[in-house]
Design a binder for this molecule. Structure first.
Ligand code: ADE
Ligand code: ZN
Length: 318
């Protein structure tokens, strides 16, 4: 079975080494690796930060609106081939403006590719701008202000990067401003951080979904809350394996959480780095956790119910 939606996907995490080298040549940049194979050989991560360091370094090659358009279009083609019919993709806008690329250039490239998705690839797609947790709350607020004033079609606001430093409280103003402008809200939490981080983004940022959230399974009261409030978790088992959140895929809590009634959805996170787009993630997860048709149907249904789409589109996806 194929998943009809992908709700947790970082566009920068779809940058395949071949494209990194092509863009470096186009933009006349030197890379510290000899070729795509040498870069790919570095994809052996010990934790989230070791991944973020390489992910941040590779993004340097993304310089123009056309680069962002090409990156987005390549992901959409691959997602369509994986059977995805609706994608909500995240973009670390601050990572690009912070190194001198204009927000309008980035947003223009990404949103033009997303808008062309139904005609070109047969899937609908929306954009989530993610603010970075390792940067100050004031920077997140300035980014949200810039995004809402820009007029580009943005579906939601997210929060990502390391969970081990700032508190969710630091981002309240940014999330309040986004909510006031009608943006949907999500945040990474409970990936490498404790269950309290999940509670933090629910209580302080009032998010509608939680990205990852797998560490919530260590807190039965929190699991009960997620079930009662039907809060979707966008879970990424292969990412969790590759970033050593779990030691083995068969030990991943996804199946236990599903069986407890948590609204779990299945996603790829950063597929170029973790060796698997959503079709591959689905197959590997189903095999490792011995998921049957019923579990897979529930995951697919949850993905559609958790998507930020109009009800008419939701009915089509179902
Ligand atoms: N940015 C890209 N991938 C991420 C992840 N798995 N966790 C936090 N921030 C990220
Ligand atoms: Zn993520």
């Amino acid at each position: 079975m194929r998943m009809p939606t992908e709700l947790h996907l970082h566009l920068e995490g779809t940058l395949e080494p071949e494209m990194t080298f092509r863009l470096a040549e186009q933009n006349r940049l030197d890379l510290p690796w000899r070729d795509p194979d040498e870069l790919r050989a570095r994809f052996d991560f010990t934790d989230l930060q070791s991944f973020l360091d390489l992910y941040t370094m590779s993004q340097e090659v993304l310089r123009t609106g056309e680069d962002f358009h090409a990156l987005t279009d390549a992901y959409l083609a691959r997602a369509a081939a994986a059977g995805v019919r609706h994608a909500e993709v995240s973009l670390d806008l601050q990572a690009h403006t912070g190194r001198g690329v204009r927000a309008a250039e980035v947003l223009d490239g990404v949103t033009s590719a997303l808008q062309a998705a139904p005609g070109r690839h047969g899937l609908s797609a929306g954009l989530i701008v993610t603010v970075l947790r390792h940067l100050p709350g004031e920077a997140a607020l300035a980014t949200v202000r810039e995004v809402v004033e820009s007029g580009y079609p943005v579906l939601g606001l997210g929060l990502c990067s390391t969970e081990l430093t700032a508190h969710a409280r630091d981002f309240v103003e940014a999330f309040d401003l986004a909510r006031a402008h009608g943006l949907h809200l999500t945040a990474h939490a409970g990936e490498e951080g404790p269950p309290q981080n999940v509670t933090g983004v629910l209580d302080h940022l009032r998010v509608e979904r939680v990205d990852h959230g797998v560490r919530a399974c260590g807190d039965p009261a929190l699991v009960a809350r997620l079930v009662a409030q039907r809060i979707p978790l966008t879970v990424c088992p292969v990412s969790n394996l590759r970033l050593r959140v779990v030691d083995a895929l068969h030990e991943h809590p996804l199946r236990r959480m599903l069986d407890s009634g948590v609204m779990v959805t299945l996603n790829s996170d950063d597929p170029a780095y973790f060796g698997g787009y959503l079709d591959e993630v689905t197959d590997r997860t189903a095999e490792a956790l011995d998921l049957g048709e019923e579990h897979l149907s529930t995951l697919a249904r949850n993905g559609i119910d958790a998507a930020w789409v109009e009800e008419s589109r939701r009915r089509e996806l179902h």
